[in-house]
Design a protein around this ligand. Structure first.
Ligand code: C5P
Length: 237
């Protein structure tokens, strides 16, 4: 199975998560652990997933003063997951300190640091009217991406629709990780800027995060396999 499709394990606890993985035979696939599951189970959920061979993206979206983020990252680094993240809105010093905190751990394992640009649940209207951010959404996303790159991040979380602009603005191999993925004919839920896996692949996403399209499908294994197939087909056109 492809290594680039992270399944969002947005479940309330380990019991539900473990049962889901077992029931749908999704052992060993790349997974994303978010706040809901981590705040319930803590480090043990990471240890269990690692024992079962899952590559892990730990999605805690840190956003605090630089010193606090540095120290938090020193602790997260010990978990030796593949990806952790911060909000780019925390600014350059915070991102730099996040990277330094990760590197302070030493050792052979490299945990990549990625920065969230603008959440894919936001649209232009929320961004300008509620948050009163100047410029349009695409400009802000590209700005946050270059800020993150300059500050030592390895990539960004962005919408598929912004991945190509980010690739042009930043140097390769700066990673684009894109949530807001939907298989054909599934509910959009609260995501505003969505796309299919094939569209993501064609439009410069290096990795995708997929959640409810798979976890809420009648047959989750089939839905995950469909996502892999669509991702692979994205290269063919
Ligand atoms: O269910 P769905 O496919 O919408 O899941 C999206 C996952 O990606 C959620 O776990 C959410 O926290 C995460 N995410 C996101 N937008 C971002 C960053 C992460 O939707 N910008």
């Amino acid at each position: 199975m492809s290594n680039s499709i992270y399944l969002a394990l947005d479940f309330p606890d380990w019991q539900t998560t473990g049962a889901f993985i077992d029931n749908h035979e999704l052992h060993g696939i790349p997974v994303k652990v978010g706040m809901e599951l981590f705040y319930k189970e803590g480090v043990s959920v990471i240890e269990k997933l690692k024992e079962n061979g899952h590559p892990i993206f730990l999605d805690l979206k840190l956003h605090d003063i630089p010193t606090t983020v540095n120290r938090a990252m020193q602790n997260l680094a010990k978990l030796e997951v593949d990806i952790v993240n911060v909000h780019a809105l925390g600014g350059s010093e915070m991102i730099k300190q996040a990277k330094e905190g990760l590197l302070a751990h030493g050792g052979h394992h490299e945990t990549k640091l990625i920065a969230v640009t603008i959440l894919t649940s936001m649209d232009e209207q929320i961004m300008s009217e509620e948050l009163t951010l100047p410029h349009n959404l695409r400009e802000n996303v590209s700005h946050f991406a270059t800020l993150a790159e300059r500050s030592g991040a390895d990539g960004v979380v962005c919408s598929v629709h912004e991945a190509s602009a980010i690739k042009s603005a930043c140097k390769s191999p700066f990673l684009t990780v894109t949530p807001g993925i939907r298989l054909h004919e599934t509910n959009h839920n609260d995501q505003k800027r969505i796309a299919t896996p094939a569209f993501a692949r064609r439009n410069n996403a290096d990795m995708i995060v997929i959640g409810r399209s798979v976890t809420r499908a009648n047959d989750s294994l089939k839905a995950y396999e469909q996502a892999v197939k669509e991702w692979e087909n994205g290269l063919k056109h």
